[in-house]
Design a protein around this ligand. Structure first.
Ligand SMILES: O=P(O)(O)OC[C@@]1(O)O[C@H](CO)[C@@H](O)[C@@H]1O
Length: 309
């Protein structure tokens, strides 16, 4: 199975409004609720691709129950979430129907007690032997040490399990020191990490900081990969309009599934690019439009070159 870790799970709420304006009252035309947090979205996409997945992290309170109930209904996903005495957060994505823009409001999440963190570490070590790969995804809830991902990466690498790290800020900076196999920053996260807004330079710099491979997700411009095997650019054929929430998680799912299937890099990048665009085309985070995905697979352009041996 593939193990996804979401320390700060969420009940993702998506509101659609006609036009979002500060200081105004809005009538919501449509509300959807889904289990979320980045690793949960990665898990749903992996399961839809036919990979067995186990989800761990924390869940608690009424929202935690709702997340677990909904996850339990997803075929192919095993719930190994660790209970917390706090209450799982909500995130709210407000989709402006007129402009198509999405505004995201993410709560900080519950405070994790030291004993709960210790229980999670024990559960993580128990799950590792059955894992073909691990994804460590999203923000850290209060109470979890800022170097948490670095520790989890060291534990996974010691067990011989490849790790994808998808986070930002200080947890990403510290995680890099533990040499994850792959990171998947977006342009903003890359710039924050490296100080450079030039994607090629920033991606190379991120790799020098410790990641084995870096795949930068550049929104409608596609993906830029710098790896020991070579460097590539994958570009979708056209801009897909819709809700971009979760598109990065679909990139992570595409890359992880390709890693486990031992696909060559261009095929992994094609899959990840098509999945991301198909996620933008679906109205809710963590879901993708399968028809759009299958149609795009043949139309993603990949250019680049293999490194000299
Ligand atoms: O606050 P974090 O952990 O960074 O991100 C959480 C989150 O915004 O990311 C997903 C989209 O990638 C949403 O489903 C989710 O709730």
């Amino acid at each position: 199975m593939i193990l996804t870790v979401t320390l700060n799970t969420a009940l993702d709420i998506t509101y659609r409004v006609r036009s979002l304006r500060p200081h105004a009252t809005h009538r919501v035309s449509e509300v959807t609720e889904r289990p979320g947090g980045k690793g949960v979205n990665v898990a749903r996409v992996l399961a839809a691709l036919g990979h067995p997945v186990t989800v761990t992290g924390f869940a608690g309170g009424g929202t935690g129950r709702a997340v677990r109930d909904a996850l339990g209904a997803v075929p192919g996903v095993v719930d190994a979430l660790v209970p917390t005495g706090g209450t799982t957060r909500r995130t709210v994505a407000v989709v402006d129907e007129r402009s198509g823009d999405t505004t995201q409001l993410n709560e900080p999440g519950p405070t994790i007690a030291p004993a709960e963190w210790a229980a999670f570490l024990a559960a993580f070590e128990d799950l590792l032997p059955a894992a073909a790969a691990v994804a460590l995804c999203g923000s850290l809830p209060p109470g979890v040490p800022v170097g948490a991902y670095a520790g989890l990466i060291r534990t996974a690498r010691a067990a011989g399990v490849p790790v994808l790290l998808d986070t930002s800020g200080e947890p990403l900076r510290r995680g890099l020191a533990a040499r994850p196999d792959l990171i998947k920053p977006n342009a903003e996260e890359l710039a924050e990490l490296t100080g450079s807004h030039e994607p090629t330079r920033a991606t190379q710099d991120a790799r020098r900081r410790g990641a084995h491979a870096v795949v930068a997700s550049l929104g409608a411009q596609g993906l830029l990969a710098v790896t020991p095997e070579g460097h590539w650019r994958a570009t979708p054929p056209a801009r897909v309009h819709g809700n971009p929430t979760g598109a990065g998680d679909s990139v992570a799912a595409g890359l992880l599934s390709g890693l486990v299937e031992q696909l060559p890099w261009p095929a992994r990048l094609t899959r990840a690019t098509a999945l991301a665009a198909a996620t933008v085309g679906a109205p809710v985070a963590g879901e993708f439009d399968r028809a759009v995905y299958e149609e795009l697979l043949a139309r993603v352009a990949v250019s680049g070159e293999v490194s000299a041996a």
